[in-house]
Design a protein around this ligand. Structure first.
Ligand code: PYL
Length: 275
């Protein structure tokens, strides 16, 4: 599997300080807050407070390519913004896990180079960032489009995020087409969905497919795949992919119709996934 795009310090450095502004953007684009989008993604109703307010710990992991400066701080800031009691452990790796459990944290967040997970140590529930990001972005897209029932949606990228998005789109009743630069990846995803009773159309010509779809999920790690000429007045884009796949001149055409962030929607959906 192609590894996840590894975030850089520049991708996360401004997250904590712009959460309020980003949340206002989400409300403008979808009518809902980050918290409401995440809860909608996992089918949970959001009350003002939470019946249970679990303690959350975010654990730095030094394995593989190691720490990303600002990563755990950004994750913790999103969780704090959503109203949860969150700490970053002083220890890292196994020591961090031990510290979190010993300080009675119920939900642990940690990421190595291959997986970013949230685990609920009380219930055993696990949420993977790829799947949660796909679900969370589709939730925002569904709100932005005022429903996706029987609407054609093109998913670009059949990796973990694209897979989570395709499953969520099926849940919302959309007609899903999938494109991946690796045809076998599209075929694997199509086969997996067929086993769950869903059929997706496989696209092999991205340019043609972009000409035939106005609702898009950019779940691939490439730049400039969605060009200005592909964008119309009806275009709506959920773009979890890092870096952003929409050409810069196209972004200007989409002030309120493009969802894109490096971590916020994914992390918010993860915590609601394991509550
Ligand atoms: C979770 C992100 C979303 C996109 N790519 C994923 C990524 O960058 N993964 C690597 C995360 C490494 C974190 C490092 C730390 O600071 O704890 N181990």
């Amino acid at each position: 599997m192609i590894g996840l795009t590894r975030l850089k310090e520049d991708d996360v450095v401004e997250i904590a300080s712009t959460l309020e502004e980003y949340n206002a953007d989400l409300v403008r684009m979808t009518g809902c807050s980050l918290r409401e989008i995440a809860a909608h993604a996992v089918g949970k109703v959001v009350s003002g407070g939470y019946v249970q307010n679990p303690k959350v710990a975010v654990i730095p992991m030094t394995c593989g390519q190691g720490i990303i400066k600002g990563f755990v701080e950004s994750v913790a800031s999103i969780i704090d913004y959503l109203g949860f009691d969150v700490v970053i452990t002083n220890s890292r790796d196994a020591g961090g896990v031990a510290e979190a459990v010993q300080n009675s944290s119920e939900i642990l967040f940690m990421a190595d180079d291959d997986r970013f997970v949230a685990v609920n140590v009380r219930t055993g529930k696990v949420s993977d960032n790829g799947d949660a990001t796909g679900k969370g972005y589709v939730s925002g897209l569904e709100l932005m489009c005022h429903g996706l029932m029987r609407k054609k949606v093109l998913v670009i990228g059949a990796g973990p995020v694209g897979t989570g998005a395709a499953l969520a789109l099926m849940h919302f009743g959309a007609e899903v087409s999938i494109y991946d630069i690796d045809l076998s990846a599209s075929q694997r995803l199509s086969g997996r969905l067929l086993k769950q009773g869903y059929s997706v159309k496989i696209e092999t010509d991205l340019d043609g497919a972009l000409g035939r779809h106005s609702i898009l999920v950019d779940a691939c790690p490439a730049e400039d795949v969605i060009l200005l000429r592909h964008i119309t007045g009806d275009t709506r884009i959920a773009a979890p992919g890092i870096p952003l796949g929409v050409q810069a001149t196209g972004v200007e055409q989409l002030p309120k119709r493009l969802l894109h962030d490096p971590l916020q929607i994914g992390v918010a959906t993860m915590i609601f996934d394991v509550l």
